[in-house]
Design a protein around this ligand. Sequence first.
Ligand SMILES: [Zn+2]
Ligand SMILES: [Zn+2]
Length: 412
Amino acid sequence: MTLAGNRPTMERLRNHNRTSQTIMTVINSIADRAEEIRAWRHELHQHPEICFEEVWTSDFIAAKLESFGIEIHRGMGKTGVVGVLRGSGDSARAIGLRADIDALPMDELNEFEHASKIPGRMHACGHDGHTAMLLGAAQYLAETRNFDGTVYFIFQPAEEGGGGGLAMIEDGLFSEFDMQTVWGMHNWPSMDKGHAGIHDGVCMANADEFAMTISGRGGHAAQPHSCIDPIPCGATIVQALQTIVARRVSPVDSAVVSVTIFQAGSAHNVIPDDVKLAGTARSFRTETRQLLETAIREVSESVAAAHQCQIDFEWSPGYPATVNHAVEAERAAGVMATVLGEDNIDRDVEPSLGAEDFAYMLEEKPGAYIWLGSGPAPAEGMLHCARFDFNDEVLPIGASYWAKLVESELPR
Ligand SMILES: [Zn+2]
Ligand SMILES: [Zn+2]
């Protein structure tokens, strides 16, 4: 979608409580800045940083916010940045808009000019785009202040496995900044640009990890009877774990158990002493999450016992399920509909068994997380792929959504 093409649609879909001039100002003013927002995105893409190492990135964000005249707070969640912008009135209402800012520990295979300059680091999940869209909205809102209340721009580090969302909460995000609701957005390459998807409940999964060391007694491969071989034990555990989702989880529920690490042995003629297995367990419901933990532990320990092996089992809870609050999800859908058109909002989109640490913020505050269509993308250009690149054409859409969300949630 081009912004020029979007304007007549906006005209038709304008909110009758406001003048068309107001709506068109949102879209036009951000569209006019599309090249600038794109340049920020490319600069961020060239400087990817991971998991609480986002020093250059947070300097970049802070400098931009300061240049817009927005008050900044740094160091929350180590490398997090919070921008505070008060509207034109004296309302005590406040909302938080969250963008994740981190990259992934991988090499980029793209060769375009804005490709990563840092080996082993890549913005392969589009958080560069999320950051640029929120900066674009911040710039617009700081200039127009066509709202009454306070906006907190939450730039969160370490989404990709570090739990930066929780780190910011533990550092006082919600106790220092009193906001009533919190909102998130992620680009979604499997959904075409010009569309958005939102759930009135769960949208992403509980994502827990398990790991185990299965200990037997190694020895000569030609004398298995004098050893306790942990390899067949490990192989049987892998097979048996697959019965948990198939036989113990309700067929109308959803869950995943994937063994992703199986390490053993060092020579073709040596039975090793032990085997290491690890993997991930995904679910939507709390009850299913508990069932998976119990069942994975029970099955693993029982199979190990049947093979005369010892087992050291470890369960590590990861991100909880991301669960939208239905009322806020509907309001988010309504705002996005004013940007993209009602027909392009999918309120019945399938949830994902991926995970997202915005979940922690939604556990604390009402709010909603929306998927912004950014496709079509080739199979090798999906999230976390080495040839992924954020679709710049959706930058003004996302920034306009943020701006209109603020004006809708904090009306003058
Ligand atoms: Zn990701
Ligand atoms: Zn992501």
